[in-house]
Design a protein around this ligand. Structure first.
Ligand code: CTP
Length: 208
């Protein structure tokens, strides 16, 4: 197997990173593509109480275990399988089980801060930033956090104004300058998805 190709997809909360990543993945044969979410590499907080866990700043680069993520990415790029951690957003910590993932020719790494760490950027062959207006992102976030992450409207608003928004401006938005491609409106941008799928297919074909 040739060295796999790593594609990084960054962007603010609710920007549509997951839809872009899933749309690309859905259009490529599953044996050739692997999707990894940086969210699964939030630091393990099992030693902390729930009261302590909710105080963590989840939008700061220090919240992520990028050391482990780097080890795993290097293993995948070397053709080795990994034991990916699984993150539980309601419990704010890692699950006790892991997910065994085999290497594939194309690896997509998606997350708010994947372009912030120079070590991660250096491993990437293609860097993408999904750029969606803040009003659209906050609406998506409110709906998702209440439906899927067990939150109240008050807690989402308080977290957004107190932490998510300032961290976005300080750490996420500035990483746009590292992107090879900036995609407006995420997964709804069919032209961008089609171009990326064509590019990934070209990469896969060239590796056979
Ligand atoms: N987060 C949280 N509680 C945790 C861990 C993370 O609320 N215990 C939040 C952080 O505040 C961060 C967000 O999770 O802003 C990161 O996920 P997000 O980018 O919103 O989700 P994706 O589905 O990856 O992205 P997109 O909406 O762009 O598809």
């Amino acid at each position: 197997m040739k060295r796999p190709v790593l594609i990084g997809i960054a962007g603010g909360t609710g920007s549509g990173k997951t839809s872009v990543a899933r749309e690309i993945t859905r259009n490529i044969s599953p044996e050739n593509i692997l999707l990894i979410e940086q969210d699964n590499y939030y630091k393990d907080q099992s030693q902390l109480t729930m009261a302590q866990r909710v105080l963590t700043n989840y939008d700061h680069p220090n919240a992520f275990d990028n050391d482990l993520l780097l080890v795993h990415l290097n293993q995948l790029l070397d053709g080795q399988a990994i034991e990916k951690p699984i993150y539980n957003f309601a419990e704010h910590t890692r699950a006790t089980i892991t997910d065994r993932l085999e290497p594939k020719q194309v690896i997509i790494l998606e997350g708010i801060l994947v372009l912030e760490d120079e070590r991660l950027r250096n491993l990437m062959d293609i860097k993408i930033f999904v750029d969606t207006d803040a009003d659209v992102r906050i609406i998506r976030r409110v709906l998702r956090d209440i439906k899927e992450r067990g939150r109240s409207i008050e807690s989402v608003v308080e977290q957004y104004m107190g932490v998510v928004r300032p961290m976005h401006m300080q750490f996420i938005e500035p990483t746009k300058k590292y992107a090879d491609l900036i995609i407006p409106e995420g997964g709804k941008n069919q032209v961008a998805i089609d171009v990326l799928v064509a590019k990934v297919n070209e990469i896969v074909t060239s590796m056979i």
